[in-house]
Design a binder for this molecule. Structure first.
Ligand code: BGC
Length: 778
């Protein structure tokens, strides 16, 4: 056993060696704890070389010829590759196992206890790659006693329609990954909201390819600005969790390119990410991670993606097929890309040039993002204050005002009593779970226990709406009722001037919601409170769209999503009007499940499906979606490219709340829309017609020429416009040419077709008062 292996076993054992005091005398316990402390110290010293193994070589200038930063990333990668042995080449194309993700799994020396680790090549000055999940903040921090900022859900952040906000979001993640010793993020989810009940929608950026692609792309620009490699996932069509390992998303090429894949194309074009993670599911019957069309043809050829394709964790299903189809790295282990790939190369089934291409993509990305030039070590302490402030700013831009009857909001000093009800609003805000779960500082505020969050646990963060609402209303009586009994909540609400009911929808990876309805009969709670108090406001903390049968009976509706560690402050500032609402919905809210392309989540009710796990949330059993059989198909062609608002428009359906909708404490007027002759940009004027400053999100849509055969409009541009009361501005909004194009299956390209384009502009997808046309000649 080498010294290195010895270090691993000691290091790996550390967190699982908790003292067990059963039946021990206090003297024995003390002496055992002392000897364990000595072991701990010794272990730390022994571990130190292992930790140092991930440090870069001494930064001696020109130590290696490829240290020369004036060379391109491709040149530098080529130079390294010339020196690599076959085993070194193979070492880069797979991870070293489940490690920290699976208690009991060995931790490889040099691993930073993240989701995966790829050892570096110290003799060539190539550091290891330490990856961590980080969709809304860095995951698994409790494991190492670290702190990470919980940002609002990415779906929430997408409601800001603010690319600068998305960059800030990414910057927080990149900064805290780097502080904690990681050099790659595996966040970056851009699967569009095709299935509104998908348990992971909160990790993604909504239903529209332009909005989702722009926000996710900018988020990854933020991550990579910290010299941390970024990733975009889950490629592709992983729009539901039910049966995610087995279903086949069946979709025609044109619809594919104009919907889900367009979001990836836009995000990848903006971020130029180091990695793209291929998904668990199959696409047109072929697993995503061995799908030649998806990986080679579309991603690498058409999207000009220069980084590497890594598989989702356990989503590799073959060696030769996957390698030839374009998979560059197996995660998290080496079942297919370890010895099996070596043999396939030696047998000539996979050409050496393919392995070289895999390595080149990895190495050029490491050079391009600066993880070799600006190594992550040494670690630093995360700045939690800056993180919280950034999270609060993002939350302010994320929370959407959906209803404000009779101007019930903003609340003011005339309100003498406020009844706060439900969702633990006395102590915290809800977070999303699964691999996007961030560990709460001090632990789950509603269920304190040692260690980080358990998989499937509903975790509330210590950001108390009650506390901050009280701060805004020092003269008022502000009390809380848990909302667990409808009658008592209603009686409580009756005594107050205003009732604010918090409702929640916990969501996490590996599950979907069976319906759009709020869980736990919360609809009944809201109805009971609304019947008792005519001045009822509902605050939603949810992962994705929900139905609201009570919407007509309450005066105010505020969509807070999962608002992050600064959530309660942002929310109370918005409720009291010290900050104005600016956000707009990145998803359509259907009235009910019957309005959706699939009224039932496909596969959810398949009878003979062996569910590998079930979760209990709030006392109810939720089916785990990681089913191993039988295979089943999901008909993506039913909606085709008509996802979200496009579906509603095509089907002549009126949703509950349309895509792009959101109110403000001021009002705006649109005028003067013009478009240039080739559809590159539109100009329009917006006036703030209200009494206070605000920021309006202007939306520009297009109806394509008749030959496109579409019966819906597409979002083609947008902008956030800051306006003081009474102020007018004329803005020029670039129109995304891909969003004005159709995918020509014969020519295999995105093309604008000749004919008349109608450009529409306004405050939401359902309200576009301005139209203008331009004609593209043949
Ligand atoms: C998820 C990925 C995640 C990976 C590693 C998978 O189950 O689908 O999004 O990055 O686990 O945690």
């Amino acid at each position: 056993m080498s010294i290195g292996t010895y270090h691993v076993s000691v290091c790996a054992a550390l967190p699982f060696n908790r003292p067990n005091s059963d039946g021990e005398s206090s003297t024995r316990m003390k002496s055992r704890i002392l000897s364990q402390s000595a072991l701990l110290l010794a272990s730390f010293i022994l571990c130190a070389p292992a930790l140092r193994a991930q440090e870069p070589p001494p930064a001696a200038p020109q130590h290696h010829p490829w240290d020369d930063k004036s060379l391109s990333p491709d040149q530098r990668a080529d130079m390294v590759q010339k020196e690599m042995t076959l085993d070194e080449k193979l070492q880069l194309v797979h991870g070293t196992g489940w490690g920290a993700l699976m208690p009991g799994s060995p931790i490889y020396p040099g691993s930073n206890w993240g989701a995966s680790y790829v050892p570096g090549i110290p003799r060539l000055g190539i550091p290891g790659i330490n990856m961590q999940d980080s969709a809304v903040g860095v995951r698994l921090s409790a494991l190492m006693g670290r702190y990470s900022t919980l940002l609002p859900s990415t779906l929430g952040a997408a409601s800001s329609w603010d690319p600068a906000g998305a960059r800030l979001f990414g910057d927080v993640i990149g900064r805290e990954l780097r502080d904690q010793g990681f050099n790659m993020s595996i966040g970056g989810g851009v699967d569009i909201t095709r299935e509104p009940r998908n348990g992971r929608n909160f990790e993604y950026a909504g239903e529209d390819p332009l909005l989702a692609g722009t926000m996710t792309g900018n988020l990854m620009v933020g991550v990579q600005s910290e010299h941390v490699m970024g990733d975009i996932k889950h490629y592709a069509f992983n729009d539901q969790e039910t049966g995610r390992n087995v279903y086949s998303a069946n979709i025609g090429k044109r619809a594919a390119r104009e919907s889900d894949l367009l979001a990836f194309e836009i995000a990848i074009g903006i971020a130029k990410p180091a990695g793209v993670m291929c998904a668990y599911n199959r696409v047109n019957q072929v697993y995503s991670c061995e799908n030649d069309w998806l990986l080679n043809d579309v991603l690498k050829k058409d999207f000009h993606f220069k980084g590497w394709v890594l598989s989702d964790w356990g989503a590799t299903h073959s060696t030769v097929k996957a390698a030839l189809a374009g998979l560059d790295q197996e995660m998290p282990g080496d079942d297919y890309f370890g010895d099996a790939l070596k043999k396939a190369i030696q047998d000539g089934q996979v050409p050496m040039s393919r392995l070289d291409d895999m390595d080149h993509r990895i190495l050029r990305s490491m050079f391009a993002e600066g993880v070799i030039d600006y190594p992550v070590m040494p670690r630093s302490v995360v700045n939690p204050f800056k993180g919280r402030d950034d999270a609060e700013h993002i939350a302010e831009e994320s929370i959407v005002l959906l209803k404000n009857e009779n101007g019930i909001l903003p609340l003011n000093s005339s309100v003498q009593s406020i009844a706060l009800i439900g969702s633990h609003a006395d102590v915290g805000v809800l977070s999303g779970g699964g691999s996007a779960q961030v560990d709460a500082p001090g632990g789950n505020v509603i269920n304190p226990h040692p260690g980080g969050a358990n998989w499937g646990e509903t975790v509330y963060f210590p950001s108390s709406p009650l506390k901050y609402i009280r701060e805004h209303a020092p003269g008022a009586k502000v009390e809380f009722n848990p909302g667990t009994d409808d009658a008592s909540a209603a009686a409580f609400a009756k005594t107050a001037d205003v009732a604010i009911v918090f409702v929640n929808q916990p969501m996490h990876e590996a599950m979907d919601r069976p319906t759009l309805s709020l869980p736990d009969d919360q609809d009944a709670l809201v109805s009971a409170v609304a019947a008792a108090n005519p001045h009822t406001i509902v605050v939603l903390e949810n992962g994705g769209p929900v139905s609201m049968p009570w919407a007509g009976n309450v005066q105010g509706i505020v969509e807070a999503w999962y608002p992050g560690i600064g959530g309660a402050q942002a929310l109370s500032d918005l409720l009291f009007g010290t900050v104005n609402f600016t956000a707009k919905l990145p998803v359509t809210f259907a009235k009910d499940d019957a309005q959706l392309p699939h009224p039932e989540v496909p596969g959810y009710n398949l009878k003979d499906v062996p569910h590998m796990m079930t979760f209990t949330i709030h006392g109810k059993i939720i089916k785990h979606a990681m089913m191993d059989k039988p295979m089943f198909d999901v008909d993506y062609n039913k909606a085709g490219a008509a996802v979200g608002y496009k579906w509603f428009e095509e089907q002549h359906l009126t949703p509950l709340f349309p895509f792009g909708f959101g109110l403000s404490y001021t009002t705006y007027e649109y005028s003067g829309l013009a478009v240039d002759s080739d559809g590159h940009q539109a100009t329009l004027a917006i006036k703030n017609t209200g009494q206070r400053a605000g920021t309006e999100i202007a939306e520009v849509y297009a109806e394509l020429p008749q030959d496109a055969g579409e019966h819906y409009k597409r979002l083609v541009g947008f902008d956030r416009v800051d306006l003081n009361a009474g102020e007018s501005k004329t803005v020029t909004i670039p129109l995304n040419q891909l969003c004005l194009s159709i995918y020509n299956v014969t020519n295999d390209s995105m093309e604008m077709i000749p004919g008349k384009y109608i450009i529409l502009a306004g405050p939401s997808s359902a309200d576009t008062p301005l139209t203008v046309t331009f004609t593209l000649s043949k």
